[in-house]
Design a protein around this ligand. Structure first.
Ligand SMILES: Nc1ncnc2c1ncn2[C@@H]1O[C@H](COP(=O)(O)OP(=O)(O)OP(=O)(O)O)[C@@H](O)[C@H]1O
Length: 781
């Protein structure tokens, strides 16, 4: 019975792959045709050709991305119809062969239960290896309608358990084949408003958020592909870990970014003391930045002399103060208010010069003459220098560097910070050409400063570009009519070519205009500080400081967002204590919260240990229920010296083809890294791609946020607790990174909260183990 079923499914899946191959060949041929047209032709032809080339290339990469597990499910509906569910939709001669997992009719594949079968008596999971079907599992949802043979194949959780128990590869995989009902509800939740997904470690928050991005792009492509989707993650290593998930779901145009990468043109990757980052992330910095700018607008209390060689001009304090007040009253940001201030000062100087030249004294000044004089003075180097000193153009970088460098400036800008906090902000300027000076906590401050300073000159230039109102209206009308025609044409082409699902008409039309910017939406968005995204997803959101939230919210004025995180895992002082506290200023309390409760990563044995730590952080939060047990209790071992013994322990714990992480307090990163790489040369010390690909990696807890490994060894938990103001959160994160095994290594004392660990006395894994010095008796389970 099973064999014939398998053979039938194999035949169907083979047909799907044949169709996929046909589509690839067809698209490749079309692409060749397009390129075959060569570079000749009119401008219109050329840009049309480029648009097609671009579209076919995208379509091809989508068709190649879905090769693995193209089809993974089948729904047998009560009305007799059978639907196959897969990564994309495929059809042939108007017949649906495969349904995209995101389509509404595919929903019962994830949500139907025996209690609510949604018109689907049977759901089938297909397991494939390459193009071969190697197994099937059925969930029988309508138990009355089953034959005995059907009952024999009942095996609901096999697909999920196989997926969650598999060895990790160092890269997150998609879960389209095994999305669970509570996750599916979140993935398909409506686009608008702020959705918060709270969930303990390993509940799939990250993977769910990414599938939600893919779902939203599929369902609202018109709206989202134009403005783009931004995913914010905690570290560059984490982004690397998740970067393949969306492409494997056929979505490539999403910008992944850390907070440190969000300010264009600045690579904010330098490390700093968490206490400094805490001050920089505090909401009081809004006022500090505002005052730092005001500090640069203060006028001298004594006259300023301007030496023009043959004569001298003087700016009196009264004049300068009046200019400043005008700048302030203009309500414009600093760089744009400069025009107002400069005009006032130049006017005063011109009048003075005119008096000196004996013109205008006692009479009404000729306006044209005065304007000429102002222009003349504007280009005088001595005048320019004086004006620049009085009201300098400022970039956010210049403002912050100047602020950190000067105790006086800090004192003026931050009277509401303590002297100790101001001292934490003090920092010498970068050396000439020094790269990598900015830290992650600087990025939101640069962004804040950019708001207060305004763009340099651009708006002034735009405002001065004069055009008669009627002329402008006529030009706009022509543009609108052209645009309508282009859009109509574009949607017809997209319908005809069957490419409507990968590109929206607006974008296609834009591509046909000669002057279109050929960068992808993600590339354009990354380079533009003022870009407003169509949708924003924030992962590990509990870590974000109030200043980082301000920057992220600026990128999403519509507040169409998904925010995922776990309050209990917050490691920074500025991190969130409650979602409501964080979000209320931006949502007025109108955000909705969904909770995930099942842990797919960490086995029950590990969560028992982690639960004791969670009880210290938030007694009211429950640990998520683990879907599986491994039968292996986590262990603890006390050693004499990290340098001498840690490497050996790690070497013995490495499993062939698996991934292991050694999680250490920041102060021990160098020592532990050296010890491990000496014993295991292929091991990686520190974050980056190597940490994901190597069989073993030494990481701080902060660097391991959001990641997972088959085996985790936590080093010196006592120090992890002591080293950061939210050390308990860090320890909780460290204990919940493993999918299989967990061990703890320490030299001093084991924190009481880890008493459940199994002491490794006289264990062969313990180097030179003689049973001495083990500080705990595991209570175990
Ligand atoms: N429905 C599912 N089917 C298969 N695997 C799943 C499913 N849901 C989650 N997982 C797996 O569980 C692991 C944990 O998921 P994820 O990293 O998204 O959790 P998280 O809630 O973000 O965790 P943390 O907050 O601890 O970083 C991942 O390996 C993910 O692929």
């Amino acid at each position: 019975m099973r064999q014939t079923e398998l053979a039938k499914e194999q035949a169907y899946v083979a047909r799907l792959y044949r169709r996929l191959d046909e589509l690839r060949e067809y698209t490749e041929r079309r692409l060749d045709d397009v390129f075959g047209q060569g570079a000749v032709g009119t401008m219109q032809n050329r840009s049309e050709r480029d648009s097609f080339a671009d579209m076919y290339t995208r379509r091809l990469s989508q068709l190649w991305a879905v090769e693995n597990a193209l089809c993974f499910g089948r729904l047998d509906r009560a009305d007799g119809e059978t639907l196959y569910i897969g990564r994309i939709g495929l059809s042939e001669d108007d017949r649906r062969l495969l349904i995209d997992w995101r389509a509404p009719v595919a929903q019962p594949f994830y949500r139907a239960t025996p209690a609510s079968p949604m018109g689907v008596p049977r759901r089938r999971h297909l397991h494939t290896r390459g193009r071969k079907v190697v197994g099937i599992d059925d969930d029988l949802l309508d138990l009355d309608g089953l034959t005995d043979a059907d009952r024999a194949t009942l095996n609901g959780e096999a697909a999920l358990l196989a997926a969650v128990g598999a060895k990790r590869t160092g890269r997150m995989r998609d879960i389209v084949a095994t999305i669970q009902a509570e996750q599916d509800r979140i993935i398909r939740s409506g686009l608008d408003g702020v959705l918060v997904v709270q969930g303990g470690p390993g509940t799939g928050k990250t993977v769910v958020a990414l599938h939600r991005a893919a779902y939203l792009l599929y369902t609202h492509r018109e709206r989202l592909s134009r403005r783009g989707v931004l995913v914010v993650g905690p570290t560059p290593t984490f982004l690397r870990y998740i970067e393949q998930v969306l492409p494997s779901l056929g979505e490539t145009d999403v910008l992944l970014s850390t907070v440190g990468e969000m300010y264009p043109g600045v690579d904010a990757t330098a490390r700093e003391d968490p206490r400094v980052a805490a001050v920089k992330g505090d909401a009081r910095m809004v006022e500090v930045i505002k005052r730092a700018v005001q500090d640069r607008q203060r006028m001298p209390a004594t006259p300023v002399e301007i030496d023009l060689g043959d004569r001298r001009l003087v700016l009196e304090p009264r004049t300068m103060e009046a200019a400043r007040a005008r700048g302030e009253r203009s309500g414009r940001p600093h760089n744009q208010a400069r025009a107002v201030v400069v005009r006032h000062l130049l006017n005063a100087l011109a009048k003075q010069a005119a008096r000196q030249l004996g013109k205008g004294s006692g009479t009404v000044l000729d306006q044209a003459e005065l304007a000429d004089l102002e222009e003349e003075l504007r280009t005088e180097p001595a005048v320019k220098a004086a004006l620049n000193r009085l009201w300098p153009y400022l970039t956010p970088q210049r403002l912050l560097i100047g602020l950190y460098a000067s105790p006086e400036r800090l004192e003026y800008a931050a009277p509401h910070l303590t002297p100790a906090e101001r001292e934490l902000l003090r920092r010498d300027p970068p050396r000439l050409g020094e790269k990598g000076w900015w830290t992650e906590a600087d990025a939101p401050l640069l962004d804040e400063a950019a708001e207060v300073l305004g763009e340099i000159d651009e708006q002034v230039l735009r405002a001065s570009a004069w055009m008669a109102a009627e002329e402008l209206a006529a030009a706009r009308e022509i543009e609108r009519a052209d645009r309508e025609f282009e859009l109509k044409y574009a949607s017809e082409v997209l319908q005809l070519t069957g490419l409507a699902d990968i590109m929206d008409a607006e974008r296609f039309a834009a591509r046909q205009r000669d002057d279109e910017d050929r960068r992808t939406v993600a590339e354009r968005a990354a380079a533009d500080r003022t870009w407003a995204f169509g949708y924003v997803i924030v992962d590990e959101a509990q870590e974000l400081s109030p200043m980082a939230w301000r920057m992220i919210m600026r990128r999403c004025p519509t507040r169409a967002m998904t925010i995922v995180g776990d309050i209990a895992q917050a490691g920074t002082v500025t991190g969130a204590r409650s979602w409501d506290e964080v979000l209320r200023p931006y949502t007025g309390g109108r955000h909705r919260v969904e909770t995930l409760t099942v842990n797919y990563r960490t086995p029950a044995e590990l969560m028992t240990v982690a639960a004791d730590v969670l009880a210290l952080i938030a007694p009211d939060l429950r640990v998520p229920r683990s879907v599986r047990e491994t039968g292996e209790r986590p262990w603890a071992v006390r050693i004499g010296s990290l340098s001498d013994e840690l490497g050996d322990i790690v070497r013995k714990e490495i499993v062939d083809g698996g991934r292991l992480a050694v999680l250490v307090p920041a102060s021990l990163a160098a020592e532990a890294g050296a010890a491990v790489t000496a014993a295991v040369p292929e091991a990686a010390a520190g974050p980056g791609a190597a940490a994901l690909d190597a069989p073993a990696a030494v990481l701080t807890v902060a660097d391991a946020k959001g990641l997972e490994f088959d085996t985790v060894i936590v080093v010196e938990p006592e120090r992890i607790l002591a080293e950061s103001p939210r050390g308990t959160g860090d320890l909780y994160v460290a204990l919940t990174r493993a999918t299989q095994r967990l061990g703890v290594v320490y030299t001093g004392a084991l924190p009481g909260v880890l008493a459940r660990l199994r002491p490794l006395e006289n264990d062969p894994r313990r180097p030179g183990g003689d049973g001495t010095g083990l500080g705990v008796e595991g209570t175990g389970r």
